[in-house]
Design a protein around this ligand. Structure first.
Ligand SMILES: [Zn+2]
Length: 467
């Protein structure tokens, strides 16, 4: 048995780990690497292994940095099964097509310039057709049911409590008469997140591959995040500006809407128009409504007690699908809240809203998620000015704020206690830390060592370990 780390190795994007058991190859996640455009394109296109030799993919959850390179895998010759929970599959149905749309749109934009310069034109990383083909390979499995993607490997999904359908992957492997259990954390969620259940653990793991996004940080309480949101709405209403919330279409957008719904129901939201401007967020909200098997008990109760029995909708809230509807928001003069994707401002309609509204000192940009290195979101958050959007420079004059309490990732304390509960119930031999930046990885590694973890490694990209 061996594992090789091909993505999210000393970084937070492009989750992809290759497992070999008894001559069969399983890929854990197949995420899109996001970062500097050229580097990202190269890395996503040239897979570091022969895709036709992969027997199965096991997908922890639908976030694009975990699922978004599946169409490339297919293009490169993969024909095996893609295993996920049914909510993950349904979210991917929208997310992969949306990602293909962004790839095509991006390349069209770049090619326009290249054509003028007489340079060779690029092909998109993948197309909508590739995404649809990838969807045909999905096989959905419920939480806590065993399945055998390849001979000698039995797998179960446990709830990761991170986004709808997210899973911790438990693999029981048999090779040369030896049994061992490997647990892949995917992204670990948090206790008490709205809509979702709390993260589960998996006992008896010999090997653990664990995410480290917030390995060096502790989140503010969600109460203070809620206060920041309430305050930001109050500020733009008073000043006559717009509140821009760059949010992942899946998960964070629904969470923000749910929080605003709570404020609305409690009479704490001023009369203000709220727009969710992202076709993907609208579609994802439909998927949320389709999967009550993923809800926690609090959300099930809210469904009964909410005034309109819809915790993801309230008077004043508009979901915007059409381009035309989105364009109209550019000219907004009255105060409004615009929730739009992408969450790290790397594409999507949020770019247009930043161009039109973040240049206005009356406006507020409120970040509600992690901003990876080199992304536009990170640059704005760090106060870099001017910033480039679609090749032009813009001076960000809006107030820039960050509400960390909204994270769907466990923080340092939560990660350590999650790992400790797993350690207690087994004899863990190795822990591999992935999906983190340098500081997070190192800090989590020393935290884990302090609490007695046997052997903690931080793999480099391409590094291989015999298990
Ligand atoms: Zn995630």
């Amino acid at each position: 048995m061996r594992v090789q780390f091909w993505g999210a190795a000393r970084t937070v994007t492009g989750s992809m780990h290759l497992l070999e058991v008894g001559g069969r190859k399983i890929l854990l996640d197949c995420g899109l690497y996001q970062g500097r455009r050229k580097e990202a394109f190269e890395r996503n296109r040239s897979l570091p292994f022969d895709a036709s030799e992969i027997d199965a993919v096991i997908l922890s959850h639908a976030h694009i940095d975990h699922s978004g390179n599946l169409p490339s895998l297919l293009r490169a010759g993969f024909r095996g099964g893609i295993y996920s929970t049914s909510a993950t599959r349904d979210l991917c149905a929208y997310m992969l097509v949306d990602s293909a749309h962004l790839q095509e749109h991006d390349v069209r934009f770049v090619n326009k310039r290249r054509k003028k310069q007489g340079k060779k034109l690029f092909e998109p990383l993948y197309t909508k057709e590739d995404a649809l083909e990838a969807l045909k390979l999905f096989r959905s499995v419920d939480y806590d049911r065993s399945f055998e993607p390849v001979r000698g490997v039995s797998v179960q999904f446990r709830d990761a409590g991170h986004i709808l359908g997210s899973a911790i992957v438990v693999l029981d492997m048999k090779e040369n008469g030896r049994n061992s259990r490997l647990v892949f954390s995917g992204d670990v969620g948090r206790r008490g997140l709205p809509i979702l259940r709390d993260p589960q653990i998996a006992e008896g793991a010999d090997y653990l591959i664990m995410e480290s996004t917030y390995g060096d940080r502790t989140h503010e309480s969600s109460g203070s995040a809620e206060e920041l949101l309430r305050q930001a709405v109050a500020d733009i209403v008073r000043r006559g500006g717009r509140l821009l919330i760059p949010a992942f279409a899946v998960g964070r957008s629904q969470e923000i809407v749910y929080r605003l719904n709570q404020l609305w129901e409690a009479g704490e939201l001023p009369r203000v128009d709220v727009f969710v401007d992202s076709p993907l967020a609208v579609n994802a909200t439909d998927v949320f409504r389709l999967h009550p098997e993923c809800y926690d008990s609090e959300y099930i109760e809210t469904l009964q007690t909410d005034a309109d029995h819809d915790p993801l909708g309230f008077a004043g809230l508009r979901y915007v699908r059409s381009t035309e509807g989105s364009r109209k928001l550019n000219d907004l003069k009255e105060p409004a809240v615009i929730i739009s994707a992408s969450g790290m401002c790397e594409g999507g309609r949020i770019l247009h809203h930043l161009r039109h509204h973040a240049v206005d000192p009356k406006s507020v940009v409120l970040f509600v998620s992690f901003q990876a290195e080199h992304t536009l979101g990170r640059k704005i958050l760090e106060g870099l000015n001017p910033v480039r959007i679609y090749g032009e420079e813009y001076e960000i004059r809006a107030a820039v704020r960050k509400a960390e309490g909204y994270s769907a990732h466990a923080d340092r304390t939560e990660l350590l206690s999650w790992a400790a509960r797993m350690q207690e119930r087994g004899d863990m031999k190795h822990v591999f830390l992935v999906h983190g930046e340098e500081e997070g990885l190192e800090a989590l590694a020393s935290g884990l060592r302090e609490q007695g973890a046997a052997d903690v490694r931080i793999p480099e990209r391409g590094q291989r370990f015999e298990l």
